[in-house]
Design a protein around this ligand. Structure first.
Ligand code: PLP
Length: 384
């Protein structure tokens, strides 16, 4: 079944599955114990930390393995909230940033607006940071719904000048675009394995070099140099590193860029059907397209497309059970009616041109069917 919802989660890569099975069979001992099998597990964990540091372009000491990006985001926010500090986040952050930020900081939270293309309004962000001097600023690298790439580098320059710490949720950027020394720019980063072919339930928090403070979201053992309590998930770390290295190679070899070309032809066809592409004017991830289709509700499209064998989304998977329109679209000024007609498709490097063409064909056919069921013509005129 053609799958076009990689931003929600992605199929497990063979290399990640093999790494997970091997580590589970051979290195299942607790890496914190001292007998030989445990020491071998400890050695394997540190080898993975080093390999990941090379992939990400940072020091191994900065890497903390976690249960996923939701934990990473909560950890950073919790740390600053527990100091009584204030915090600034963009209005289009993932729920795993926005929800805890609102709960933890309350009135000490500053929300930075985006423009109509969904990109952070950098001038307004600078003004807010200068006026409020938050201790922490959080900006995602690329938006999961729109694919819009955010000005992390520009904001990090402002944060450095204002002596403000910066966190970046880079979940959707990794494996889609080059990291380009991004890890030198911010203090904290969140990554997740399952968006790029790794398993669920494992992620990476990157902390500042020589960080002496303990993050301590969980109370417990001294694992991960006191930064993350809980028995280490070695098999998860092995699989994450295998997936990250393959995904980063795909970007380096231009395989992800091919998706941008396939997507461009796809979007041109959607526009012929009357679609409005969201974030059109901004730099976007090569694999992501979010668009408003005319006349019919997003949910009707998604269910009808599923009967044709295509799996697509109405927006973010996390929001699909909510009745409220996406906070990302509201922040971009898209009205509630438009937000219910939105569709998102997101691909991986192995999706080929034929699949994109078949997707466009199926959407065109679905539009004819839905129009016929509602007796409207291609201009939206109700037929007698
Ligand atoms: N941040 C972004 C931008 C995401 O897209 C997601 C996944 O939906 C998360 C964080 C949460 O990641 P995880 O599923 O690893 O907790």
């Amino acid at each position: 079944m053609p799958y076009f919802d990689y931003n929600a989660t992605s199929p497990l890569r063979d290399c990640a599955r093999a790494a997970w099975l091997k580590a589970s069979a051979e290195s299942w001992a607790n890496p914190s114990a001292i007998y030989p099998s445990a020491q071998r597990a400890r050695h394997a964990l540190e080898r993975n930390r080093m390999a990941l540091a090379t992939i990400l372009g940072c020091r191994a000491e900065r890497i903390v393995f976690t249960s996923g990006a939701t934990e990473c985001n909560n950890t950073v926010l919790h740390h600053y909230a527990s100091k009584g500090a204030s915090c600034a986040v963009s209005a289009v952050e993932h729920q795993s940033v926005l929800v805890p930020a609102k709960a933890l900081f309350g009135e000490r939270l500053i929300v930075m607006p985006v423009d109509e293309s969904g990109r952070l309004d950098i001038a307004e962000a600078e003004r807010l940071i200068h006026a409020h001097r938050p201790a922490l600023v959080s900006l995602m690298a690329a938006n999961s719904e729109t694919g819009v790439v955010q000005p992390v580098e520009e904001l990090s320059r402002i944060c450095r000048a204002e002596h403000v710490h910066m966190h970046c949720d880079a979940v959707q950027l990794l494996g889609r675009l080059p990291l380009n020394h991004l890890l030198d720019r911010c203090d904290f980063f969140s990554f997740s394995a399952h968006k790029i072919g790794g398993p669920r339930g494992v992620g990476v928090l990157v902390i500042p070099h020589k960080c002496t403070e303990r993050m301590g979201l969980f109370q417990g053992g001294p694992q991960e140099r006191y930064q993350r309590a809980g028995t280490e998930n070695l098999a998860g770390a092995e699989a994450l590193v295998a997936a990250f290295s393959e995904a980063v190679m795909e970007v380096a070899h231009g395989r992800m860029l091919r998706q941008a070309a396939f997507k461009a032809s796809f979007e041109a066809r959607m526009e012929q059907l009357g679609a409005r592409i969201i974030g059109r004017g901004a730099e976007r991830l090569p694999n992501t397209s979010l668009f408003i289709m005319p006349r019919h509700q997003g949910l009707r499209w998604v269910t009808r497309m599923a009967t044709k064998g295509f799996e697509i989304a109405t927006g973010s998977a996390c929001g699909s059970e909510q009745e409220q329109p996406s906070h990302v679209l509201s922040a971009m000024g898209i009205d509630a009616a438009g937000a219910t007609q939105v569709l998102r498709v997101s691909s991986g490097a192995s999706v080929d041109e034929a699949e994109w063409i078949a997707l466009a064909d199926a959407l065109a056919k679905t539009q004819m069917e839905l129009d016929a069921e509602e007796n409207v013509d291609a201009f939206g005129v109700i037929l007698p």
